[in-house]
Write a protein that binds this ligand. Sequence first.
Ligand code: MTE
Ligand code: MO
Length: 357
Amino acid sequence: MKRPLHPGLISRQTDPANLESLFSTLDGRITQNESFYVRSHFAVPEIDPRSWRLRVEGAVAHPRSLSLDDIIKMPSATYAGMLECAGNGRAFLSPKHEGVQWELGAVGCARWTGVPLAAILEEAGLNADAAEIILEAADKGVAEKTSRPAAPIHFERSIPVADVRRRDVLLAYAMNGEPLPKAHGAPLRAIVPGWYAMASVKWLTRILVSRQAFRGYFQTVDYAYWSAPNGMQPERVPLSELAVKSQIARPAMKEAVPAGSIYRVHGTAWSSMAEIRKVEVTTNGGESWQEAHLLDAPLEHAWQRWEYLWNVPGARGSCTLMSRATDARGCVQPVAHDRNYEGYVIHHTIPVSVQIA
Ligand SMILES: Nc1nc2c(c(=O)[nH]1)N[C@H]1C(S)=C(S)[C@@H](COP(=O)(O)O)O[C@H]1N2
Ligand SMILES: [Mo]
C-alpha cells in the first residue's frame, strides 16, 4: 500500500511544499519522520545518490570529493536534535509579517545519524586562516526578497569554524533510523544543533572553507537582523542561536475544555545549549503562574516535555493559558515579540484561549 505523502502535516505553501506539523498531537519526545515539518525555499532538487558527491574545498590542505559510501564508512554519531524554523509562530504576530504563516508546528525533534563535520574537516586539513565553513546545497531558485528578474541562487549558509566542534555539527544521512527522506535533504544534510534551522542545510553538495565572513543572501537579506552595537554603523547580522521557548500542545487554540475536570496541560520547552530550569503555566491570562512538571531529563540537543495538571473551574466561560520557560542560564521567555527581529525569533509567551464548556 502506498503511504500518503504528508498525512499528519498542514500545508502552509505549495510549490515548493511547506508543511507544518500538528503540534497538538505531540506525544513522544521524538517527532516521527511523517510528522516532521518541511521548510524549503526552492523545489526539492533531483539527486541521484549514486553519482552524488560532496566536495570539500577552499582553505584546506587536501580537497576531497566524497561519495555517499565514503561518508557512510566513516565513524558515525547519533543524537536527538531539535530543529525550529526561525519563523515558527509568525502567524501569531500582530501586525502581520510577510513570510510563511507558521503556527506552532515548524519545530520538531528527531534522532539524526551521520558523520561529524569536524571529522570531515580534519581529514581535509583546515588551513590556519580558515574562518568559516560555507554549506552549499543543490536546490536553487530566484530569491524571494530580490527585485526580479534576478539570477537564481543556491541555498547556502555558513558557520564559524569554532562552532563546528562546539556545537557537534553533524552531516546526517539518517533520520530516526531511516534513510534521510527526500524532503528533509537526502542524501545528506547538516544538523546545527542549538541554532535556528536555516543553518541545517539540506541537500548538501559542497563544503567550502572560507577565509572571510560569508555574506550570502540567506544570512544578510534573509534570516538576519539589524544590529548597531554602541552607536556603530548598523549592519545585518545572521540569525543563529535559538532563543528560550516553550509551547503548549494541549489544550489547542480554541479547544473546549470540560468544566470541573482535571486537564493535562502539556508541551515542550527548549533553549540553545542549555537545559530548561523550569516551565510555568498560567490559566488566568498571566495573573498567577504555577510550576509545571518536567517530564524529560535534559539532553544536550533535544527539547524537554512538561505537563501541568489543571483544575479546570466549574463555571463556563473563556480562559487564557500561557507557558513560560526559564533556562539554566536564567533566560526567560519575554511577554512580547522583539520587533527588531522582524518576522523571526518569535519566542514570547503565546496566549492559548480555550472555552470551558
Ligand atoms: N538546501 C536547503 N536547506 C535548508 C532549507 C532550504 O530551503 N534549502 N531550509 C532551511 C530552513 S529555513 C529550515 S527551517 C530547515 C527545515 O528543515 P526540514 O524541512 O527538514 O524540517 O531546513 C533548512 N535547510
Ligand atoms: Mo526556517
